[in-house]
Design a binder for this molecule. Structure first.
Ligand code: SF4
Ligand SMILES: [Zn+2]
Length: 371
């Protein structure tokens, strides 16, 4: 990988699923393009603080332009996309979502996720974008869409704001640190571009939701805890909502390769509790709301503890996302907390940038010297 004189190859192409192998094509073509990937309802909070039910619709789209070009190290959305999805397919998926959720009965909020940027014309046909924006606005539904920072242009943001004033645009910042964005996440944009997109969204009266990723690859547990807690406080003044996504391992990604090689452990749930306790006061001050829903929480591929306390800790974290009451974490304890604490301590005090925890295969001396 360091080079033996042969032509350079991107790490991404060494690791990620080759897009057009018979296996990949077969998998992509195995699903019906007229049905959404998934639809479900969850409890949520509206911008004015009232509790409500939100409908989430995950569409099967042509997928993220950035992924086809390079792609984030943790993102497995490409498993759900196909490059031949048409506008008719997307309209059919929308109708099917409404059918499955009883025309969004009882829902005040709707999250439209497209495995990329909602308003990027190469990913989604403009007539479909317009129909979704207008319909949700006319029906008084609070809308959340997703975007990459560099896809936010003044013209497009104004176009969105005109069709659905006040909607929320969620940007996957992942890390408020340019080195981490570049070397751990391969995000494709910088913090400067993120700031520019936030300014644009605010100028157009749109709400900003910021996603942060807890423990990208090539980072220790201790660093993840320290850095993410710092980033939350730093991005809070610019964000209406902050959603911290603890790493979950999606198939055929770079982080999946590391995980299967026993060189990466998904975050501890204790780290998330500690992070929320540390940032609680800053969030109250900035009025930003924090949301943490550990995907696959308690499972090996999601944030987990020892196996016996996981359900309780995941539930407390999820309750906190709705109640913002720090007392949710009172009385949580388990024997594994000592193991977690020792790992974080060692990560921060030993010269081991990739961490000292379990699942670091190989000679400990080599691991410390050459992460
Ligand atoms: S920008 Fe989003 S959808 Fe695109 S590769 Fe990165 S995480 Fe995946
Ligand atoms: Zn435990």
């Amino acid at each position: 990988m360091l080079g033996d004189g042969s032509k350079a190859v991107k790490v991404h192409h060494l690791v990620k699923a080759p897009e057009n192998t018979p296996g990949s094509v077969r998998k992509r073509e195995s699903w019906d393009a007229t049905e959404p990937a998934t639809v479900y309802k969850t409890p949520e909070i509206l911008p004015d603080g009232t509790h409500c039910t939100a409908a989430t619709v995950i569409f099967r789209t042509r997928g993220c332009v950035w992924w086809w070009k390079s792609g984030c190290t943790f993102c497995g959305y490409f498993n759900d996309v196909r490059d031949d999805v048409t506008a008719d397919d997307l309209f059919a998926q929308w109708d099917e979502a409404k059918r499955r959720l009883n025309d969004f009965e009882g829902c005040s909020m709707i999250k439209v996720y497209t495995s990329g940027t909602f308003f990027e014309d190469r990913e989604n046909p403009p007539e479909w974008q317009e129909a979704i924006l207008k319909e949700t606005h006319e029906r008084g539904l609070d809308l959340v869409i997703e975007a990459q920072a560099q896809m936010c242009t003044p013209e497009k943001i104004a176009w969105v704001a005109e069709r659905h004033p006040g909607c929320t645009v969620a940007v996957g910042l992942e890390a408020y640190d340019d080195a981490v964005l570049r070397f751990h996440v391969n995000k494709g944009f910088s913090t400067k571009q993120w700031h520019r997109s936030v300014d644009m969204l605010k100028e157009n009266g749109l709400r900003v939701k910021t996603y942060l990723l807890f423990k990208p690859p090539f980072m220790s547990e201790g660093d993840a805890l320290e850095l993410t807690s710092k980033w939350i406080s730093e991005v809070a003044p610019y964000s209406d909502d902050i959603s911290v996504n603890p790493m979950n391992i999606q198939r055929r990604t770079i982080v999946d390769r590391l995980y299967r090689n026993r060189e990466y452990r998904t975050p501890w749930l204790w780290s998330l509790v500690e992070m929320l306790e540390r940032t609680h006061d800053d969030l109250i001050e900035s009025k930003a709301r924090i949301i943490v829903h550990p995907t696959a929480g308690g499972k090996l591929r999601g944030a987990h503890n020892c196996g016996s306390c996981d359900i309780e800790v995941v539930s407390a974290i999820e309750r906190y996302s709705v109640s913002a009451d720090i007392r949710e974490f009172a009385n949580l304890d388990c024997e594994c907390k000592g193991v977690w604490r020792a790992e974080v301590y060692s990560d921060l005090w030993l010269p081991a940038p990739m961490g000292t925890g379990a699942n670091r295969r190989g000679s400990p001396v080599d691991l410390v010297r050459a992460p």
